[in-house]
Design a protein around this ligand. Structure first.
Ligand SMILES: [Zn+2]
Length: 503
């Protein structure tokens, strides 16, 4: 199956006739050391079913114990989203039978969420902001992960075997639910993407999650309905599940707008259902949407209510950092760089690293150049995030200082950084151990120049005869003889002087 464009309305036509109404539900796995209700490690990528215990496997007689650090993260997220923090609330059991959840119910918050009634001012590309109202943020536990084998799609339909991994079962989750996002018109897809991007940056800034959409630690469900322009009532909505990249958020919203408009234009009605998002840019029907009654929620009897004190909430409020995009705006002005350069640094995850390097005394130009070029390349080669490289901003600043002092050329500095990355020690030590310091002593360079000229008499003759361009070969020979530790510009001067040319 693929996109059948005959079933889609033109985007301009959609906008002319309908007003889109969106609702975003974002699930975020918290980066706590342990799971929500047991002491199992909360870690991605372990061997299947190695991070489990009687509690998260739902064995009879086991009892949950609430993770205080997860509650603090939830409160901090609520505060960062300008929500009211509930002084008292219970967990609930959401009952359903499915093998990703061995207890046959999920512990969640239903009608008593920890945070309600907030907003996020989302920065848009044109420099304006769009306020997305937040209905609630609540705590729940993640489910296990099912892997279906034998079907073309990797989904359960047609599968011959299904494998269950419960390492993820019981990992703390926060679900952030927006209020209906109205009035966006043609900008709906852009605003959906900007909202999820802002949420990701905010949560990363809070340090509560690694927000990796590719690894599922941040997952987005996007709800969309259309109403005829001027109509008061919302249309029927669909919920596109697990849209797992920022680009896909935009694509999914746009696709659903065009699909629903085509259905409505042909006199049909939109079916309320969940839909699957496909990476090649379309959605397909999933199951019809359950209602809350289907889950038979009731208060979880095995856990005490969550009742954060006003003192705790105040203390956590002090830990909320400035919004990351406001920090970036200020940094961008300080550094005097264009939006494009800034965007590249943001995308590379380099902004905080460059800022820290500047704090250690490097110029912003030099710090940007190292992190934004050479070190990004090293991170790509090693297939790790920039911040995971084995070099600190202080060490990069030390390298910049050695270059500024004339002890290293940029080329030699790259070798020093490679040494640091290889665990050979601090920059100065790597420079000494590898014998990389620039030769500042003219007499050493002069000897090498004399030797190179003597070894290449024909080239020397050309230079003496006025072919200054031929000097490059001698400079190259000297650089080779000094293992790159001479200053090439100085070598050239000495070569030309030795051949009676002024340069
Ligand atoms: Zn466990």
């Amino acid at each position: 199956m693929s996109v059948d464009s005959a079933e889609l309305a033109g985007y301009e036509d959609v906008i002319a006739d309908y007003e889109p109404v969106m609702g975003m539900e974002v699930h975020v796995e918290l980066a706590t050391a342990t799971k929500m209700f047991c002491g199992c490690a909360n870690r991605f990528g372990a061997e299947p079913n190695t991070l489990v215990c009687p509690v998260c496997l739902g064995l009879p007689g086991s009892l949950p114990v609430l993770n205080a650090s997860a509650v603090e993260s939830a409160i901090r997220i609520g505060l960062a989203l300008n929500c009211d923090i509930a002084p008292w609330g219970r967990f609930a059991r959401k009952n359903y039978f499915y093998p990703d959840q061995p207890k046959n119910y999920q512990i969640s918050q239903y009608d008593e969420p920890i945070a309600v009634n907030g907003y996020l001012d989302v920065p848009l590309d044109d420099g304006t902001t769009w306020r997305v109202e937040i209905e609630r943020a609540h705590m729940e536990e993640d489910t296990g992960k099912l892997t279906h084998l034998g079907s073309d799609t990797g989904r359960i339909a047609g599968a011959t075997t299904s494998l269950a991994d419960y390492n993820r079962a019981g990992v703390p989750l926060i679900e952030i639910v927006s209020k209906p996002i109205e009035g966006t018109g043609a900008r709906a897809p852009e605003i959906a993407r900007a909202y999820v991007t802002a949420l990701r940056d905010l949560l990363r800034g809070l340090g509560v999650s690694d927000v990796r959409m590719d690894q599922g630690s941040m997952r987005c469900d996007s709800n969309l309905s259309l109403k005829p322009i001027g109509a008061a009532e919302f249309g029927t909505r669909t919920e596109t599940k697990n849209v797992n990249s920022l680009k896909s958020v935009e694509v999914a919203v746009r696709y659903e707008m065009r699909r629903q408009a085509a259905v409505l234009n042909s006199g049909g009605t939109v079916t309320q259902e969940t839909r699957h998002f496909h990476e090649d840019g379309y959605t397909s029907p999933g199951r019809s949407k359950e209602t809350a009654q289907d889950y038979r929620y009731f208060p979880e009897p095995d856990l005490e209510p969550v009742a954060p004190s006003a003192e705790l909430v105040d203390r956590l409020r002090q830990t909320i950092p400035e919004l990351p995009w406001l920090v970036r705006k200020r940094i961008q002005q300080d550094w005097g760089i264009s939006d494009e350069v800034m965007r590249d640094l943001v995308n590379a995850g380099a902004v905080e690293l460059v800022a820290a390097t500047v704090e250690h005394g490097a110029s912003s130009e030099a710090a940007r150049a190292w992190w934004g070029n050479f070190l990004v390349q090293k991170a790509n080669e090693a297939e790790v995030e920039l911040e995971s490289l084995a070099i600190t901003p202080a060490q990069v600043a030390a390298v910049v200082k050695l270059v500024d002092e004339g002890k290293l050329s940029n080329k030699l500095a790259r070798q020093v950084i490679e040494g640091v990355l290889a665990g050979e020690g601090e920059p100065e030590q790597v420079m000494t151990d590898r014998g990389l310091a620039l030769v500042r002593d003219d007499s050493v360079i002069q000897t090498a120049v004399d030797e190179a000229l003597a070894a290449n008499p024909d080239v020397a003759e050309k230079i003496r005869g006025g072919k200054v361009a031929a000097a490059g070969a001698i400079v190259g020979a000297v650089m080779k003889a000094t293992k790159g530790s001479a200053d090439a510009a100085r070598v050239r001067e000495l070569v030309l002087a030795a051949c009676g040319q002024s340069g």
